[in-house]
Design a protein around this ligand. Structure first.
Ligand SMILES: Cc1cc2nc3c(=O)[nH]c(=O)nc-3n(C[C@H](O)[C@H](O)[C@H](O)COP(=O)(O)OP(=O)(O)OC[C@H]3O[C@@H](n4cnc5c(N)ncnc54)[C@H](O)[C@@H]3O)c2cc1C
Length: 395
């Protein structure tokens, strides 16, 4: 039972057979499980090596935004935002969606030119983002240091959610529909017996299935190796902190794309934020906290908002970004392995994408329509050179 008191229940014994095995009990795995079950395909087993909020989905900043540089991501996030808005009534759990906007601070002229193009594209898609002068930005956040940026862009409809209830909501609803969720069940090996025939070996025994969905986030390259597949995404440690609580004063999430800084004020009043810090990339997931992060974070945060200089940091933690070479995810069935599906490479925005991706993934798996995202984000784009880079990445 989780702190929410709503967790699905009793641990099931691992069945010997299932139609679908999903590896990873993060937002992607649970979202797809729920959407499959909602369509009547509930012979689904989710295998999670630890507890449900142990991966990136339980460690992130909860930002949800429609400001992107590719039309694909803008349109997907418009839909995802709708699902986030309806989530509480559909799944009966409050995810604390607060639409205070996203305010991106721009530090250089080249960056401004690129963001102007992105804002024009967002406007064409119906997202009301505006480019602001520093003085206009100060009307939204008066505590900003106007010397730390040359312009800003702002969409008042972006926002922040509290991530954990999202996971609990999906897990609870999926379980009610018959999905089996196995925590502390680590996948250790996978036998490929033929097309759509697998045996997934776990710390709790083997399970035979027709379909495997690799939703292991930053661990997905390691899972793919179990079936002899090399993926181009790799894990990157991303650190984040929370301060003591302050009287509510900050409405939007503020971010500086060029440094990877972002921060918002939580519903409890804490400043929650992170920054990109270089790390050694050895292909392993690292989750330790570093002093270097605190130093970089403090320096950049205070250059943007000096008024925070006396605020105490209460805790810091890290989570794994799952970085793909072009910043777009990797989706769909592996071309050489019928029945082996990928849903990974979401860098630092998989949480906000999960509601819409899970919906289209389930539709595809149930024989429904194939959303264009599956062609744009297919694994083979890296080999045939057709990838297009998403530029508005934090980190
Ligand atoms: C600090 C931080 C801040 C972020 N901020 C944002 C944000 O503001 N907005 C946003 O949208 N996104 C954000 N992200 C990114 C977002 O959290 C991820 O993209 C998203 O949670 C990925 O979900 P997932 O289900 O693919 O992966 P995960 O949540 O990592 O789930 C994968 C699961 O697979 C399990 N697993 C791995 N190996 C095995 C195995 N062998 N057997 C069984 N289970 C296994 C792991 O334990 C893990 O629970 C942030 C990420 C971090 C780290």
């Amino acid at each position: 039972m989780s702190a929410s008191g709503r967790m699905p229940a009793a641990a099931h014994r691992l069945a010997s057979e299932a139609e679908t095995v999903i590896i990873g009990g993060g937002i992607m795995g649970l979202g797809i499980a729920y959407e499959l079950a909602r369509r009547g395909r509930s012979d689904v087993h989710v295998l999670e090596q630890e507890y449900l909020t142990s991966g990136a989905s339980g460690r992130n900043g909860g930002g949800v935004r429609m400001q992107w540089s590719t039309e694909l991501n803008i349109r997907l996030m418009q839909e995802s935002m709708e699902i986030c808005r309806d989530f509480a009534s559909e799944l009966g759990i409050n995810v604390w969606l607060r639409q205070g906007g996203y305010l991106f601070l721009i530090r250089g002229q080249a960056e401004l030119a690129q963001l102007e193009r992105s804002v024009a594209l967002q406007n064409r898609c119906g997202v009301p983002t505006r480019i602001l002068t520093p003085q206009e930005a100060l009307r939204i956040v008066p505590e900003l240091n106007p010397k730390s940026f040359v312009a800003a862009c702002y969409n008042p409809r972006d926002g922040v959610v509290f991530p954990w209830p999202f996971l609990w909501g999906y897990a609870h609803a999926a379980s009610e529909l018959g999905v089996q969720i196995h925590t502390y069940t680590k996948v250790t090996a996978i036998d490929v017996l033929g097309p759509n025939r697998f045996v997934v070996h776990t710390s709790k025994g083997p399970i035979r299935c027709e379909r495997v969905i690799n939703a292991a986030g930053a661990w997905s390259p390691a899972i793919a190796k179990l079936v002899g597949v090399e993926l181009p995404n790799h894990p990157h440690r991303h650190e984040i902190l929370a301060t003591e609580s302050l009287k509510p004063f900050l409405k939007p999430l503020v971010s500086v794309l060029s440094s990877g800084l972002y921060f918002s004020q939580s519903m409890r009043g804490e400043i929650v934020g992170g920054i990109t810090v270089p790390d050694h990339d050895d292909g392993q997931v690292h989750l330790g906290s570093r002093l270097r992060f605190l130093e970089d974070m403090a320096a950049d945060l205070l250059s943007v908002m000096p008024v925070l200089s006396q605020v105490r940091v209460l805790r810091q933690w890290a989570g794994p970004y799952d970085v793909s070479p072009d910043g777009l995810p990797i989706l769909g069935e592996h071309p050489a392995l019928p029945g082996f599906y990928l849903v990974c490479g979401f860098v630092g925005y998989g949480f906000m994408m999960a509601p819409v991706i899970a919906r289209y993934y389930a539709e595809l798996l149930c024989g429904g329509s194939r959303h264009p995202v599956f062609d744009r984000c297919r694994l083979s784009r890296f080999a045939d050179g057709t990838s297009e880079r998403e530029l508005m990445l934090i980190g």
